[in-house]
Design a protein around this ligand. Sequence first.
Ligand SMILES: O=C(O)c1ccc(O)c(O)c1
Ligand SMILES: [Mg+2]
Length: 610
Amino acid sequence: MSEGLRRSIATVCLSGTLDDKLTAAAAAGFEGIELFENDLVVAPWSAKEIRTRCADLGLSIDLYQPFRDFEAVPPERLRANLARAEQKFAVMADLGADTILVCSSVSGEAVDDDDLAAEQLAALAERAAAHGMRIAYEALAWGRHVSTWDHSWRIVERAGHPALGLCLDSFHVLSREVDPAGIAAITPGKVFFVQLADAPYLRMDVLQWSRHHRLFPGQGSFDLAGFVRLALAAGYDGPLSLEVFNDVFRQSDPARTAVDAMRSLIALEHRLAPVGRRLPGAPSLARHAFTEFGVDGHSGPQLREALRGLGFAHTGQHRTKPVELWEQQNCKIVLNSAVTRPQAAGTATISAFAIASEDPQRSLHRAEALLAPAHPNVRGPGETELAAIIAPDGTSVFVTRPDDGWRADFLPTGEATEPGAGLIGTDHLGLAQPFDNFDEAGLFYHSVLDLDHLADEEYAAPFGLMRSRNVANADRSVRLALTVALLRRGEWAPAVADPQHVAFTTADIVATAEAMTALGATMLPVPDNYYADLAARFALPESTVATLSRHGILYDRDTRGGELLHLYTPVFGGRVFFEIVERRGGYDRFGEANAPVRMAAQRHRRLTDQ
Ligand SMILES: O=C(O)c1ccc(O)c(O)c1
Ligand SMILES: [Mg+2]
């Protein structure tokens, strides 16, 4: 099994016609599919033509699904069900598929009788066997009488038919409270099929949860690696098949979803070592090396002025491109007037960011193994090779050496970086994600850069509910805050609801605020109401609140007493802003509680500016 298990995907995961789905699955490198009945019914091809099309694309049809409401029914219903099954076996023969999925019944006609269920499933298996086919019985978490994997296994065991086995679906298993550990003790050979889906923990009706909120492995909260290990311990060696019902994926570009899906499987297999295929190990990351803003004649001057106010100096000019380097200690900002990515006139965008890696080459190999698209490296003679990958939202992610050799591409301007304003380095980047790519982005950064998923937060902001997902490396020298609106954004929400930012670290935020005021910085005014509430929430001394208020510093405290003091600039270039943070006592979050205050203040400021 050293080269791994087969990789399959259910057609229900992907948007479009059957043709769209098959093309996307094959292009992403899948070896097999689960063919959903609906996709067959609407296809213009006969079952035989589908088989040929799949074979041409190198795809096997690993499962035909689903067959519903079969077992534990009165005799006349059984006769009708068996006749229905015979038709399906004929279709399967044409498809060249040998395994059919039978979901546990949800029908009101079914009775709570394991003996009857076992007997009828054995009768079905007997007929399947006559066609050289087999039945995989799956307990739906909302099945009428059979809703847990252990119950479905008792019935399959009781039936004792060689052509009857189990389909284990991680969603149905892990969404229920039944301990999955016993899966390892299932008789070898009796797990016929394994379906994989992750999901966020939600307290809601399990059918709704399953049909709308499934995610690819690594995008939710389930322990998929643990689940697969149990199936492997039971001797399973069939495909690992993704079966993800998700409202966003159902309407997204299938080619892209299929790559996201494949990335999730590759990352999962890596965690199954020594069974799965291995990825190049993730080198440790040293820090945020630089952040690049794409600017134009309107947004460029705004950002230059903002950086001056924060104590930055324009230290370097690129040898061949209209690109400026701005620095203050380990904070490095690049302003690029020649970004190739389209952006609206007058705006600024984070077009790229760079992370210093102890082994950039290995970081890139890992990214490639995880199907991250590469950024073509355009460099002039004598310039440093800067390799980049493209994140799901189109941002280039450069992986650089810790020695900052890339700085040699900039000719010094002679401007001094002293005295600055006490900014030490980059704490994190805040990257608002396109609605459709949020889960994809989380998995991308988690798997490609090996950033841990720290926390998800939801908060009510002026322009809608927001979700943030925090990812960081082990020593927290690289942090990203990914944000998205909980619902697809409406037309009315202004740009401040969808911004990007760079947060810099200071060891003394009050001193930094004073230095920035002296430099003429424009910081964001924070309303008095906020401070009145803050004093009440945290029982802070009046003098502390007065100091915070004087500088527009926001405050948060975690349950262990760690504190965050942070302040913001207004939005520049339509979309970007800066944050200054001082972390105390191991505070490990991003002050999400204050995001709505910031958004309202930024909106207010833009209105009064106009
Ligand atoms: O939601 C369903 O109906 C459904 C169908 C087939 C499956 O394998 C499944 O897990 C759920
Ligand atoms: Mg399933």
